[in-house]
Design a protein around this ligand. Structure first.
Ligand SMILES: O=P(O)(O)OC[C@H]1O[C@H](OP(=O)(O)OP(=O)(O)O)[C@H](O)[C@@H]1O
Ligand SMILES: Nc1ncnc2[nH]cnc12
Length: 172
């Protein structure tokens, strides 16, 4: 895991002064590291009847789609406002460096569908808490929220039930 962590690049003061941005593009571009990261996360959910992976725009799509393919699941998109064409549910939230809104199609998930929510990074947890709310409001069952990386010092996991968070790489 230490090897995977070193491939992630730190960018100070992006997108705002005081934020240390974890740039995962370097990990994604490295074929061996990207495949290893996806394989390690997917392994956790084999045999668990995951029907859908919910990917969070935009970086969450890169993990979510690969994970869904490995698990034989479908992909459900949670997108930034105004991008989904059909009727949507919306949730506004705070994240480490601002405020945003996310949307899901109101017919995207059937009640009882077993889902994994996938995103690249857990920081304050505002984003994933909003996605969790959207997904559960449709009646789906969240098996777990899976992240490539977690900034543990921001305590984002406290925004979710204790048994619903998994991150592959942690930064203290
Ligand atoms: O835990 P939080 O404090 O909510 O922050 C984490 C979120 O921030 C980033 O998304 P961003 O909104 O920057 O979007 P992007 O994936 O489109 O770059 C990241 O991909 C997570 O979704
Ligand atoms: N520090 C950070 N680095 C990368 N993505 C983020 N999303 C929220 N906080 C972030």
């Amino acid at each position: 895991m230490e090897e995977l962590k070193t491939i992630i690049r730190d960018i100070p003061d992006f997108p705002k002064k005081g934020i240390l941005f974890k740039d995962i593009t370097t990990l994604l571009a490295d074929a061996k590291s990207y495949h290893r990261m996806v394989d390690l996360i997917a392994h956790r959910y084999f045999g668990q009847n995951i029907a859908q992976v919910v990917g969070v725009e935009a970086r969450g799509f890169v993990l979510g789609a690969a994970l869904a393919y490995k698990l034989g699941a479908g992909v459900t998109l949670v997108r930034k406002p105004g991008k989904l064409p059909y009727r949507t549910r919306k949730q506004t939230y705070q994240l480490e460096y601002g405020e945003d809104t996310l949307e899901i199609h109101e017919d995207a998930l059937q009640p009882g569908t077993r889902v994994v929510i996938a995103d690249d990074l857990l920081a304050t947890g505002g984003t994933v808490a909003a996605v969790y709310e959207l997904v559960t409001s449709l009646g789906a069952e969240v098996v777990e929220c899976a992240f490539m990386t977690e900034l543990t010092f921001l305590n984002g996991r406290q925004r979710l039930p204790a048994d619903k968070v998994f991150s592959l790489l942690q930064f203290d």
